[in-house]
Structure formats: structure tokens, C-alpha cells
Design a protein around this ligand. Structure first.
Ligand code: NAD
Length: 232
């Protein structure tokens, strides 16, 4: 494959470049993206509009890992997915993809008026979005399991029954830690994930680029790449 790497100078972009070359694939120059097999994007939400129009126009699959998109930016992604395959994931690791599925299944079985759901995430001090994309994906998994839409609320006063709580810590150079807690008056269930090396995100994104070859236009995620797609 010939892969365009958006944000090639960033923490993730450098690792994606290394992974592409390690696989024996090649990296396309930015002025050559229109002719490449996929563009892997770990950049900034401000880049979404430009990448959406450029890649949809050129019919190039888009592997989108950038988090913190506004709803307007997410609508641009959805519109581009009518013309190209897009694999969008807040977290390209195998472990988190499985944790999201487990979160959905647990939430489907635990009554929300009995079990409070709280999500805690910790990341390095440079991270600009909060809660993290992965924390929001966990919240969405819980909401999907409960059969409701996710609402992010600031915690004030006594806890509202059925709410999904979020808490974020920013410290040092933590790659990414997520904990989902279900707590009733009688027991607690804790689901957690710690990322120790961000290289696995790069590996997942390159795997997604290979998977996207020849796919119909649409908005896909790592469940599709890993063959985990289930009916709700
Ligand atoms: P980084 O700051 O190290 O790199 C960002 C890159 O984007 C740089 O090359 C920078 O030049 C470029 N860029 C383009 N436009 C920019 C702008 N307007 N402002 C700032 N930078 C701009 O960041 P990173 O740690 O590589 O993370 C990049 C994105 O990927 C973030 O949104 C992060 O949350 C996300 N991320 C996703 C996953 C995943 O698995 N989906 C994993 C890690 C990080």
C-alpha cells in the first residue's frame, strides 16, 4: 500500500510512519495523497473539514483517529462517508475495542437505576480534549447497552440516577488509562484498560487501512476491522 500520513510530525504520526515502513508499505508525500491507498489521520479537529473534502473528492479511504470533533465536524465525516470508506475510532487498540464491547454487554444487563456508571480517564499533560475520545466511546457503549442516547453532564450535587459520569485527570506522560465502574449499593464491577505504548494505536490504524481497501463507502469502526460487529 501507499499510505498518506496526516500529522506525520506528531506523536502518533511518527509511529504510523514507522509502522507503514516496517510493513514494507510506502508513505505518500502530502501533495500525492490523491493517488494513495489510504490516509491515516492523527491530527487536530481543525483539519477535519479540509481532509473530508480532499479525500472524498479523491476517493481515498480515510483512517481517522483524531479525537475531540465537534458535532459539526462529525457531520462532515458522515457526509464524506457517503463517498469513501472511513474507519473512525477514538482508540485503535485491540484491547479497547474489546472493552467497549464488554461495556455494552454489561450495561445491557445492569439496570441503570441500580448500577451507577462512572468513567475515569487519565492522559498526558499535552492532551487537548477532555473527556478523552475513548472515555466518550465508553459512555456511548454504556448508553447503547442501556438503549438510550448518551448525555454528558457536569456532576453537581447528589448523583442523578441513570446518569453516566465522566472524570478526567491530566498528568505527566500517561499514554492513556480508562476505568469504567458500575456501582450498586451492594457491589462494584470495574472494567479497565491501560495503554503502555502508543505504537499499538499506530498498528491498529495501519491494519484498518489494509482492511479498508476495496470496501464500499461508509462509516466503519474497529469492530468492523476486527470482525466483531454484532446486532444490538
Ligand atoms: P500531536 O500534537 O503530537 O500531533 C498532532 C499533529 O497534528 C502534528 O503533526 C501537528 O503538526 C498536526 N496538526 C495539524 N493541524 C494542527 C492544529 N490546528 N493544531 C495542532 N496540531 C495540528 O498529537 P498526537 O498525540 O499525535 O494526537 C493527535 C490526535 O490523535 C489527537 O486528537 C489524539 O487524541 C488522537 N489520538 C487518537 C488515538 C486513537 O487510537 N484513535 C490514539 C492516540 C491519539
Amino acid at each position: 500500500m501507499r499510505i498518506g500520513v496526516a500529522g506525520a510530525s506528531g506523536r502518533m504520526g511518527r509511529l504510523v510512519t514507522e509502522e507503514v515502513l516496517a510493513r514494507g508499505d510506502s508513505v505518500a508525500e502530502p501533495d500525492d495523497w490523491a493517488g494513495c491507498d489510504a490516509v491515516i489521520d492523527f491530527t487536530h479537529p481543525d483539519r477535519v473539514a479540509r481532509h473530508a473534502s480532499l479525500l472524498a473528492e479523491a476517493r481515498v479511504p480515510w483512517i481517522l483517529g483524531t479525537t475531540g470533533l465537534s458535532s459539526a465536524q462529525q457531520s462532515l465525516v458522515a457526509a464524506a462517508a457517503i463517498r469513501i470508506p472511513i474507519v473512525q475510532a477514538a482508540n485503535f487498540s485491540t484491547g479497547v475495542t474489546l472493552v467497549l464491547e464488554l461495556a455494552r454487554r454489561l450495561a445491557a444487563s445492569l439496570p441503570p437505576d441500580v448500577y451507577d456508571a462512572e468513567i475515569l480517564e487519565t492522559h498526558h499533560r499535552q492532551k487537548i480534549d477532555s473527556p478523552s475520545g475513548t472515555a466518550l466511546a465508553l459512555g456511548q457503549a454504556v448508553a447503547a447497552g442501556r438503549g438510550e442516547a448518551m448525555v454528558v453532564r457536569a456532576q453537581q450535587g447528589a448523583r442523578e440516577a441513570g446518569a453516566i459520569g465522566f472524570a478526567s485527570l491530566r498528568a505527566g506522560q500517561v499514554v492513556g488509562e480508562h476505568t469504567l465502574l458500575f456501582a450498586s449499593a451492594a457491589e462494584q464491577i470495574v472494567l479497565g484498560h491501560k495503554a503502555l505504548d502508543r505504537r499499538m494505536f499506530a498498528q491498529g490504524s495501519v491494519k484498518a487501512a489494509a482492511w479498508a481497501q476495496g470496501k464500499l463507502p461508509g462509516l466503519y469502526d474497529m469492530n468492523d476491522v476486527m470482525g466483531l460487529r454484532t446486532t444490538p
